[in-house]
Design a protein around this ligand. Structure first.
Ligand SMILES: [Zn+2]
Length: 190
């Protein structure tokens, strides 16, 4: 075997090992937390109908019964079979009504209802951090303190986007407690 042939054999061998590494890394099944939901308990005293104007056409008004969690809009027809109290049952009007009448008070829950994630599954860590995700989707949503100067201190919340593989924040918005958030991401998502 000439020297040059040996060299190429080694280089190609190294390339094959690297390719195998990338391939097996890609193939590793991603892990997500257990798929939970957000539940809101709305007592019977909030049975009075609430009118919520359409977000797209101010001429249109929908009627929400907060306690029963019903709405006259079309979107609710698709959600009506979801469990009572769960966020899956809430169209945007129900979510808005619950916040408006004061049935929901905690800042984090208010933020989740008013900035709905398109992702179905929720996982909470304490009272200031909630992940929304869809198994298989590498973009996740994170609800935690807002990024204003005193958001952390005042207990104000907002929604962030994060990509698990690229390890980057959507629109460069990062929470003030990102070290803790990243630690939880490493623990919960693989
Ligand atoms: Zn509705």
């Amino acid at each position: 075997m000439s020297l040059s042939v040996m060299f190429w054999t080694i280089v190609m061998g190294a390339a094959a090992v690297a390719a195998w590494g990338i391939w097996s890394h890609r193939r590793r099944t991603p892990r997500y937390p257990r798929c939970g939901t957000v539940m809101v308990d709305v007592p019977r005293k909030w049975s009075r109908p609430v009118e919520i104007p359409s977000f797209t056409d101010p001429e249109v008004v929908y009627v929400v019964n907060p306690h029963r969690m019903t709405c006259t809009c079309e979107e609710f027809q698709r959600r009506r079979h979801a469990k009572w109290g769960s966020i899956d049952r809430m169209c945007d009007h129900i979510a808005r009504a619950l916040v408006q009448i004061g049935a929901v008070k905690h800042g984090l829950l208010t933020c989740i209802l008013l900035n709905r994630s398109p992702r179905r599954c929720y996982h909470s860590v304490g009272r200031h951090l909630v992940f929304a995700f869809e198994p298989g989707d590498r973009w996740i949503d994170i609800y935690t303190y807002d990024d204003s100067e005193d958001g952390h201190r005042m207990g104000r919340f907002q929604r962030y986007g994060y990509h698990l593989d690229d390890q980057r924040w959507s629109r460069r918005k990062r929470p003030p407690n990102r070290d803790e958030v990243l630690r939880q991401i490493r623990r919960l998502f693989r």
